[in-house]
Design a protein around this ligand. Structure first.
Ligand code: AMP
Ligand code: MG
Length: 522
């Protein structure tokens, strides 16, 4: 049944979140940056904005929440943070390992939860300062909000687990940002994305309790998490929770690798307990296949979060979660697993590695319409080497395979290289294609092509496409955002007339800010 747009506020339909009603909150309600101890969240109201307008919304997320377009529009004051009567908005308290180092308390510095609808939390990102804002202003700029809005939805349409985005509101206020931390701050339009997920819990929520040796808070949080989001796991079996999160994370990472997504900031405060992609910041999509590529300029030296390093970082992060849960694993009561706590972490890490290997080989073999076998996995690995040797478009190369199934390939498909390549490289590529073709199951030409197109997207949210939508929105054509979203709704389909959205990165975008590299400052 649809709830139509007859209400002016969300308070009549939103229930208080299970997170805030079940777990200890901050007794203080002064909204100033400070350490918050003994509490998992702080009550905080969004700060009003001057003249909000709805720039874009997701039909599918609205639908999931029981809203139609009129319903979303009627909620504009709430989605802008201007109308929260009857709600108990909150900011969550968490910490995190940032770029490999423990950073202490971080928390929702610019995200404010509103409540729950149909089992989903609604959260405004960019809704103003909270006790966790530290030196930040609690706001988000339009360009990064467009990027988060579009990518959440593009990922969901690709089938990748992710937080969702209901709406994108332009606030009418300006926000000061130094985009590249180079001493050139500028005023930019501000925006708010309403994010939607069953929970925004991160590894960092658990790490913060553990870092303060607050075992009772850690236990309360972990028990709540299991009861609310993992009801299928035996109560009190914290080792089972750790293993489950490890496996979900491994599956997520395999999926990112398979679609060419680079998160850019895999700090433990950006790792979802539910195995969702969360916190879209300086993320990017691999254009030319380069395992050492990262979109994040803040990480340009170390390249900790480069494409090829993501699976290993996922594992490192799982270990951090395991260490955070250690006090609970040590005090295991009846019903818990036998064995030493260190073994439990080890087991979870092994489960991660096993799951990742299985999932990644299945995904990459299926991108070639093959089943995983030692020979086929070797074929995938030799393809990686070949793809990385010269600038070759990752998405276009895989997509083009469906055109090659009819007969043994004698040429590299047009348009996959970014520059001219040596003849010997072309010959190697043709030899690889021949080996691949020989490995294909025969007499299935038609269905092979269909299978290949169902696993190799034609349309992904290339960095330059998102930037073009941003440029358009900032120069008076906001509908470009919804147009691009519409393309990303059907990433695996041929969409006649929309081929330009499948084009490889144009030369002008190679070094343009936003198209090739982004900073954390968004
Ligand atoms: P992120 O890199 O976006 O995951 O953010 C890392 C931490 O910085 C989180 O605690 C954020 O809430 C906080 N943060 C990022 N931007 C701002 C901002 N403009 N104002 C306040 N806090 C922020
Ligand atoms: Mg974050």
């Amino acid at each position: 049944m649809k709830l139509v747009g007859i209400w002016a506020t969300l308070s009549s339909v939103l229930s208080a979140s299970r997170f805030t009603t079940s777990l200890p909150g901050d007794p203080l309600d002064d909204n100033v940056p400070r350490p918050v101890e003994g509490a998992l969240w702080s009550k905080v109201l969004p700060s009003p904005v001057s003249s909000p307008s709805l720039l874009a919304f997701s039909r599918e997320v609205a639908d999931q929440l029981g809203l139609d377009e009129a319903g979303v529009r009627a909620l504009l004051p709430t989605l802008a943070g201007n109308e929260t009567n009857g709600l108990v908005p909150w900011a969550a308290n968490y910490g995190g390992h940032q770029f490999g180092h423990w950073a202490g308390q971080l928390g929702d510095g610019r995200a404010i939860g509103l409540g729950e609808l149909r089992g989903q939390e609604l959260q405004l990102k960019g809704a103003g300062p909270t006790p966790y804002s530290r030196r930040g202003d609690g706001r988000a700029v339009l360009r990064s909000s467009i990027r988060e809005f579009l990518c959440s939805e593009a990922m969901a349409h690709l089938g990748v687990p992710t937080t969702r985005a209901l709406s994108l509101v332009v606030t009418g206020d300006r926000v000061m940002r130094d985009m590249f931390y180079d001493g050139h701050p500028e005023l930019e339009p501000g925006a708010i994305v309403c994010r939607v997920a069953p929970s925004f819990l991160r590894f960092g929520n658990f790490e913060l309790c553990a870092s303060r040796e607050d075992v009772s808070l850690l236990r309360a949080l972990t028990e709540h998490t299991m009861a609310t989001h993992f009801p299928e796991l035996p109560r009190g079996d914290f080792a089972a929770l750790l293993r489950e999160v490890a496996e979900r994370t491994a599956r997520l990472l395999a999926h990112w690798q398979a679609v060419g997504f680079v998160h850019g900031v895999m700090n433990t405060d950006n790792m979802s307990m539910l195995g969702l992609t969360i916190d879209y910041g300086p993320y990017g999509w691999v254009d030319d296949f380069d395992p050492s590529w990262t979109p994040n300029t803040t990480d340009a030296q170390q390249r900790r979060y480069r494409y090829g390093n993501q699976p290993g970082i996922g594992l490192w992060n799982v270990e951090r979660l395991g260490i955070a849960l250690l006090p609970l694993l040590t005090n295991e009561k009846a019903g818990g697993p036998a064995g030493e706590p260190a073994d439990v972490i080890d087991d979870a890490m092994q489960a991660y590695q096993r799951t990742y290997e299985k999932e990644a080989s299945t995904r990459f073999c299926s991108k070639l319409a093959l089943v995983p076998s030692p020979g086929n996995i070797e074929l995938v690995n030799s393809l990686f080497t070949w793809l990385a040797a010269e600038e070759t478009d990752f998405t276009l190369f895989f997509r083009s395979l469906s055109t090659l199934v009819a007969e043994r390939p004698t040429a590299i498909p047009d348009g996959v290289f970014y520059a001219s390549v040596p003849e010997s490289h072309v010959r190697e590529g043709i030899a690889w294609l021949g080996r691949w073709w020989d490995a294909l199951p025969k007499n299935e030409t038609q269905s092979l092509a269909v299978k290949l197109n169902a696993t190799n997207p034609k349309y992904v949210l290339r960095n330059y496409l998102a930037q073009e939508a941003i440029d358009a929105a900032q120069s008076g054509r906001p509908e470009a955002v919804m147009e691009l979203l519409d393309v990303m709704r059907r990433p695996f389909d041929e969409q006649p007339g929309r081929e330009k959205y499948a084009a490889r990165r144009p030369d002008w975008a190679r070094t343009k800010a936003g198209c090739s590299a982004l900073s954390c400052s968004s």
